[in-house]
Design a protein around this ligand. Structure first.
Ligand code: C5P
Length: 236
């Protein structure tokens, strides 16, 4: 039997290992993966990533590496040696940087998925023009996602609204990971354009990054189960 492949990646947006651990013990590693970003990693370090792995959780290390190729390659190798399930680099680092990252993890015992972030969804059209890029945010997302694909990366993080176009452009094997997902009836918090989990899967997302609707729920495990049930019903 193949191992479970949960679609939900719970964003552990916490400022300490203690706070993240309090949530971890309430979750079930067979029902989700977890995302460790810059805040938690800076506070809790690789030791907490190892603790998550030891507790059976697949870890998406969301550090968005962006530096010269040699430095990014070595950082990716270090993350792969930790045993994470997925990690990311910034596509604006360019094709040479991304290719070096791919090359660096080729011989890892458990090769992680390597994905890219393209244009951050927090950037407006005027923000991207201000840094010297021309074209719309969507044009730049498509260009950078294609570059990531050409460099041999496994996929990109994108907004749910970008999934359909990228799926058409890059085919079925390219992994599309999307935040900005809100279960039916839940508050949007500070996310502007959201989709429900089922809609995000329907348009072609592979994995959904969900934070507050699970982490701030009275019963996080129940919130996670409800989303998984919605998705399972749709997939059936
Ligand atoms: O709590 P919420 O579900 O909004 O959390 C979403 C997670 O996805 C956060 O960790 C956030 O930093 C991350 N993210 C995002 N939008 C992006 C990229 C990452 O919300 N474009």
């Amino acid at each position: 039997m193949s191992p479970p492949d949960p679609k939900i990646i719970v964003a552990l947006d916490f400022d300490s290992a203690k706070a993240a651990r309090q949530l971890m013990v309430q979750l079930d590693a067979s029902l989700c993966r977890v995302k460790v970003g810059k805040e938690l990693f800076t506070n809790a370090g690789p030791a907490f990533v190892e603790e998550l792995l030891h507790n059976g959780f697949g870890v998406f290390l969301d550090l968005k590496f962006h530096d010269i190729p040699n430095t990014v390659a070595n950082a990716c190798k270090a993350a792969a040696d930790l045993g994470v399930w997925m990690m990311n680099v910034h596509a604006l680092g360019g094709q040479k940087m991304m290719s070096a990252a791919v090359e660096a993890i080729q011989s890892s015992t458990h090769k992680p998925l390597l994905i890219a972030v393209t244009i951050l969804t927090s950037m407006s059209a005027s923000d991207i023009h201000e840094i010297g890029l021309s074209g719309t945010p969507a044009d730049n997302v498509a260009t950078l996602a294609k570059l990531a694909n050409d460099a041999g990366l496994d996929g990109v993080v994108c907004s749910p609204m970008e999934v359909q176009g990228l799926r058409t452009l890059l085919g079925t094997n390219f992994q599309l990971i999307t935040p900005g997902v809100r279960p039916t009836g839940s508050t949007k918090d500070d996310q502007a354009r959201t989709m429900t989990p089922v809609d995000a899967i329907r348009v072609g997302a592979n994995y959904l990054v969900i934070g507050r609707p699970i982490t701030q729920a009275d019963n996080p495990l129940q919130a996670l189960r409800l989303i998984n049930t919605e998705i399972a019903k749709y997939c059936a």
